[in-house]
Design a protein around this ligand. Sequence first.
Ligand SMILES: Cc1ncc(COP(=O)(O)O)c(C=O)c1O
Length: 395
Amino acid sequence: MLIRAFKSRPYDLAVNTIGPDDLRELIAWLRRYPRLTMGAETGRFQQAWSNWLGVKYSVMCNSGASANLLMYAALASAGLAGKRKVVVPATGWPTDIAPAIQFGWQPIMCESDPVTFGLNMASLETVLKREHPETVVVVHVLGVPANMTRLRELQRRYGFNIIEDCCASHGSCHQGRLVGTFGLISVFSFYYGHHMSTVEGGMVCTNDQKVYQHLLMLRSHGWLKDLPAAAARRVMKKYRVEAFHAPFTFAIPGFNLRPTELSARLGAIQLKKLDAAIDRRVANHQVYQRRLKGVIGFAPGVPGDRISSISFCAVARQAAERKRIILALDKHRIDTRIFTAGNLGRHPFWRDRYGVFTAPMADALYRGGFFLPNNQSLSAADIAYICDVVQKAVG
Ligand SMILES: Cc1ncc(COP(=O)(O)O)c(C=O)c1O
């Protein structure tokens, strides 16, 4: 099924998934003059998201980057960060790393993998032996699931917490299991152009009750007000806080990263269409893989995995080839851009502190990577057309 979307060009990378029907539903709700700051709608969307993903707890916040911030803060606040050494991927998003720098952790960058473009497990094992980090951040790069079977084997051997960034991989599965259900904490983004959108928005998910309670406090100033009653009572008893003071008792240093009810309501509306959007993206991704095999480089993924991609990431052999393809795409009004950040270790925020990170795969993605459109408004025929353009440009 194709899903209508507002688009500026026929083959955009990102489209507005909030369609006229969604807006009509939102307007009907607004006519009832509901509360718009965080409240019951957020609670309902969090529960619906937990049910969809199959986790115990979800905490909505105002962006995927805020979810990245919260995942670090919750680990530290819950006493799970150890000496604050964290492995971060060379290919991912800068906000997977920024909180480590901002909070004074020690980030160690890891090479990317040719099969998934996520963490390279052999390189990771070398880092684990040498550095003994307590945390590993894994990104399912643009929807291609990382090799979670290998990662969990390494976890059993070396012992560390897994944090999963699923901001661009809603509905992707590793060996039949949804990404976002493997780690101690997982995060999602609902920004424009993602599988579903709440305008701005993010979600932090966990099965761990302690982490959940710290997330609730961290999201809202560090206060007790949002905690389940029994948990709040425990803190009040420990610190002999009288009931009148309880809601505005500040247990930990927090932020304000709350969503609005408007975003949560949109999330609930969009969630109804998420599975259809995922099916379309999975089918489109398969067309790319079939048509571009042997034409251009891409991450095949672990055999048997389901790839619900945000965009299709292709890799040219050299800069000249990429240039040729980009010109052809532009001529045919097909949207493209560089491969996210390619190698994050080449960007100023990293190199100014730790020096340039060089590794063969991450550098190949930096030099040759580019995006091809995949979204729920594109049909298999659209994807076949884009593949024809790429194939002709490669020659
Ligand atoms: C892997 C990853 N993490 C985090 C983010 C940040 O999400 P947001 O744009 O909602 O802040 C993105 C954004 O695309 C992303 O791709």
